[in-house]
Design a protein around this ligand. Structure first.
Ligand code: SAH
Length: 216
């Protein structure tokens, strides 16, 4: 399956909708207008790809709502060539948005089938990212420190090992809370050992689980 004029038209409308909902970072909006989201979902669901809703993937996981992806990406303040670590590759859509924005993307997934599938999807479209199968709680210290870390699953608390992998001046965006509802939290590393926390509204993500495997 490839990109189509129809899909491009639908993306343009989605971008307008995100703008109306308050997304103002032009680089993020341009990335949403560029990445063919329908290629990250089952081909039968083209009509669902460009409505602003989350959608089920295999393995009981979900591709985040476009608004949520755009919101998290805006909080990250991505600059070209930034090193960004993503926890929870899922479909690979968020990784593709970051890649299109010029970031060097490192992404970790604990579900083996999603890890393989996302890698294939990005490769087939021609986006580049480094994919890892493993437990995101461990991060990737050997590739750090990172300018930004985005967690796309609900964390019970800010994972400390990941904070340690942030550059001074770096930003982590993480939904923190129970399984029912989380607060989008921005952690800015202001100095070698100082962090500033701010809250950015309520969201609902699938849980960030410990270890690897296919257990929901
Ligand atoms: N960013 C994705 C959406 C992710 S849904 C996208 O753009 O499509 C959350 C993902 O986090 C799921 O695929 C889930 O398997 C994964 N996940 C949950 N806990 C994890 C962990 N500890 N390490 C890595 N991935 C994890």
């Amino acid at each position: 399956m490839t990109d189509t004029f129809e899909a491009k038209g639908m993306r343009k409308k989605l971008v307008d909708e995100l703008r109306r909902k308050g997304i103002s970072d032009e680089d993020v909006l341009s990335a949403v207008g560029t990445v063919p989201r329908h290629l990250f979902m089952d081909p039968a669901f083209l009509s669902h790809a460009y409505v602003d809703k989350a959608f089920p993937l295999t393995s009981g996981q979900t591709i985040s709502q476009p608004y949520t992806v755009a919101f998290q990406t805006s909080l990250l303040k991505v600059r070209k060539r930034d090193k960004i670590l993503e926890i929870g590759t899922g479909s690979g859509y968020q990784a593709a948005i970051l890649a299109v924005m010029g970031a060097r993307v490192f992404t970790i997934e604990r579900h083996r089938d999603l890890f393989y599938k996302a890698q294939q999807t990005l490769e087939s479209i021609g986006y580049s990212a480094d994919f890892f199968f493993g437990d995101g709680y461990e991060g990737k210290p050997q590739y750090g420190p990172f300018d930004g870390i985005v967690i796309t699953a609900a964390a019970p608390e800010v994972p400390l090992k990941l904070l340690q992998q942030l550059k001074a001046g770096g930003r982590m965006v993480v939904p923190v809370g129970s399984s029912n509802s989380q607060i989008m939290t921005l952690v800015e590393k202001t100095g070698d050992d100082t962090f500033e926390y701010t809250s950015h509204g309520n969201f609902v993500f699938v849980p960030m689980l410990k270890g690897i495997g296919n257990v929901k």
